[in-house]
Design a protein around this ligand. Structure first.
Ligand SMILES: [Fe+2]
Ligand SMILES: [Fe+2]
Length: 181
């Protein structure tokens, strides 16, 4: 594929991914403001942007092969085990390199809100890496994960399979607000 088209696809993937998230956030706000149909429109369009992002990703994956799966956060589409390893690598990159550097800058600049957002994220990304690691061990053993319940803390992004936990170990939110998948 032409290099410029590859760059354009990467850029379009980034833009569509962000629009997907932005519409979900704006949908939540519309719901809070009392416009449930506007929320549904945002959710439907958010999913449509995901369709576009997926098409771009697959077009890139065709030419990237396994390389990006190994580096994490790339455009590879491998086996589920390979994709889980890519997810682990991407999460650990955020934990070990990206957020520590970003946090150091935000702390130095006294940006309290940014520091809080990044502290939640870095702690939760470590947990994501742990859950993906558990999933990879199961998949490599030829079975699905033993996770009847997957719960996500909507305050900080913590994820657990454990329904007994009563508050979030990262942000202290009550587990009654956890979202089940
Ligand atoms: Fe994560
Ligand atoms: Fe939390």
């Amino acid at each position: 594929m032409n290099a410029m088209t590859q760059d354009n696809l990467r850029s379009a993937f980034g833009g569509e991914s962000q629009a997907h998230m932005r519409y979900r956030i704006w949908g939540e706000k519309a719901k809070k403001d009392g416009f449930p149909n506007v929320e549904r429109l945002f959710l439907a369009t958010s999913d449509a942007e995901q369709v576009h992002a997926t098409l771009h990703f697959k077009a890139l994956a065709d030419i990237h092969g396994d390389f990006s799966v190994i580096s994490g956060g790339g455009f590879g589409l491998g086996t589920t085990s390979e994709n889980l390893q890519g997810a682990i690598n991407g999460e650990l990159f955020e934990v070990g390199q990206m957020y520590p550097a970003y946090l150091a800058v935000a702390e130095m600049q006294g940006e309290k809100e940014a520091v809080k957002a990044m502290r939640f994220a870095v702690a939760a990304e470590q947990v994501h890496a742990d859950r993906f690691t558990e999933a990879k061990s199961a998949v490599d053993a030829g079975r699905d994960i033993d996770a009847e319940n997957i719960l996500m803390c909507p305050v900080c992004g913590y994820i657990t399979f454990d329904t007994e936990v009563d508050c979030c170990p990262i942000c202290n939110a009550k587990s009654s607000i956890f979202v089940a998948y």
